[in-house]
Design a protein around this ligand. Structure first.
Ligand code: MN
Length: 291
C-alpha cells in the first residue's frame, strides 16, 4: 500500500468571533491553500481552539441564523453548547458528543453556551464542520443526529489504552453511528503517549487531520497541537504516533464533484438557488425563531 503523503501542515489562522461565544480559526475554505472544493465533501472547518470563558449569567453565543443545502457537524471537546431551531427542536451538545444537523431544505437556529456551563465558565473547545450535500439531497428534510459519546464506535489499538473513536464511516470493521449522504470517514484518534495507529483511506478521498490535543508524528513528520495536516490524493496509508496523550480529528471523504454556489449560510449548486433560499428565508419559509 502506498503512503498518503502530506501536502501541507497548516498552523491555525488568526481567530475571529462568531457571535460572542465562538472564537474560531477557519482553516477552510479559502484559508491558506484550501479552496472550496479541496476538502469536499467537507466545505468548511471552524476550529474553536481551547480557551477559558469567564462565568456569565447571560449565555454567550450566536443568534438566529439560517442554514440550507448542507449539514453542520458540531464536535464538543470541552464545554457544552445548546441549540434551538425554528421547528421547535432543541438540545445540548456535551463534552465528547457530536451533533450532526442536516439543514437540507432549510431552517433557522441559534447556538449558545449551555446555561450551566455558562454560569461556571471554564475550558471551551469545539469544531464545527459544514458537510456538503449532493445536489439530489440538498432539499432533504432537516433532521438531527444526536451522537452522544457512548454511541461512538470504539476500536482498541494494540497498546490497549489508545483507541479510534469512530463518528462516521468504519475503522477496521468498527462502524460509527452517523448516517451520511455521501461516503466519508470521521474519527477521533484518542492516543496515549507513544500510541500508534494506521489509517487506510482511499487515495481519491480528500483527507485532512487536526491535532486537537497533544502532538504527534504523522507519516514521520512532527505536528503540533492546533495544526491541520492536508494530505495529497496519492496513496492510502497514514501512520499516527502520539508524542504525548493526544486527540487527533481525522476527516476523509469522497469528493462531491458538483458546482458550488456558496453565500453566507447557504451552500447550493447555482446562484439562482442561493437567491431562492434568501427569498424563502425572507418569506418565512424557514419558519420563525425568537432571538
Ligand atoms: Mn449555525
Amino acid at each position: 500500500m502506498n503512503t498518503k503523503n502530506i501536502e501541507h501542515i497548516l498552523p491555525p489562522p488568526a481567530p475571529h468571533m462568531v457571535g460572542d461565544g465562538f472564537r474560531v480559526h477557519s482553516f477552510f475554505p479559502g484559508g491558506r491553500l484550501i479552496d472550496k472544493k479541496r476538502m469536499s465533501p467537507f466545505f468548511l472547518m471552524d476550529y474553536g481552539a481551547k480557551i477559558e470563558f469567564n462565568p456569565s449569567e447571560e449565555p454567550r453565543g450566536v443568534g438566529v441564523h439560517p442554514h440550507a443545502g448542507f449539514e453542520t457537524v458540531t464536535i464538543a471537546y470541552h464545554g457544552r453548547i445548546a441549540h434551538h431551531d425554528s421547528a421547535g427542536n432543541s438540545g445540548i451538545i456535551g463534552e465528547g458528543d457530536v451533533q450532526w444537523m442536516t439543514a437540507g431544505s432549510g431552517l433557522l437556529h441559534k447556538e449558545y453556551h449551555e446555561k450551566e456551563y455558562s454560569k461556571t465558565g471554564g475550558p471551551f473547545q469545539m469544531v464545527q464542520l459544514w458537510v456538503n450535500l449532493p445536489a439530489k439531497d440538498k432539499k432533504t428534510t432537516p433532521k438531527y443526529q444526536e451522537l452522544t459519546n457512548q454511541k461512538m464506535g470504539r476500536h482498541s489499538l494494540t497498546d490497549g489504552k489508545s483507541y479510534i473513536e469512530v463518528i462516521a464511516g468504519t475503522y477496521q470493521g468498527t462502524k460509527g453511528p452517523a448516517f451520511t449522504f455521501t461516503p466519508m470517514e470521521v474519527y477521533n484518534a484518542r492516543l496515549q503517549a507513544s500510541g500508534r495507529a494506521t489509517l487506510t483511506l482511499p487515495a481519491h478521498y480528500n483527507t485532512g487531520l487536526l491535532i486537537i490535543q497533544g502532538s504527534a508524528v504523522i507519516n514521520g513528520q512532527d505536528v503540533a497541537a492546533d495544526h491541520f495536516v492536508l494530505f495529497k490524493n496519492d496513496g492510502e496509508e497514514i501512520t499516527l504516533e502520539a508524542k504525548e496523550d493526544s486527540i487527533i480529528l481525522v476527516l476523509s471523504g469522497e469528493p462531491i464533484d458538483e458546482p458550488i454556489a456558496a453565500y453566507g449560510p447557504f451552500l447550493m449548486n447555482t446562484w439562482p438557488e442561493v437567491e431562492q433560499a434568501i427569498q424563502d428565508v425572507n418569506a418565512g419559509k424557514f419558519g420563525y425563531l425568537e432571538d
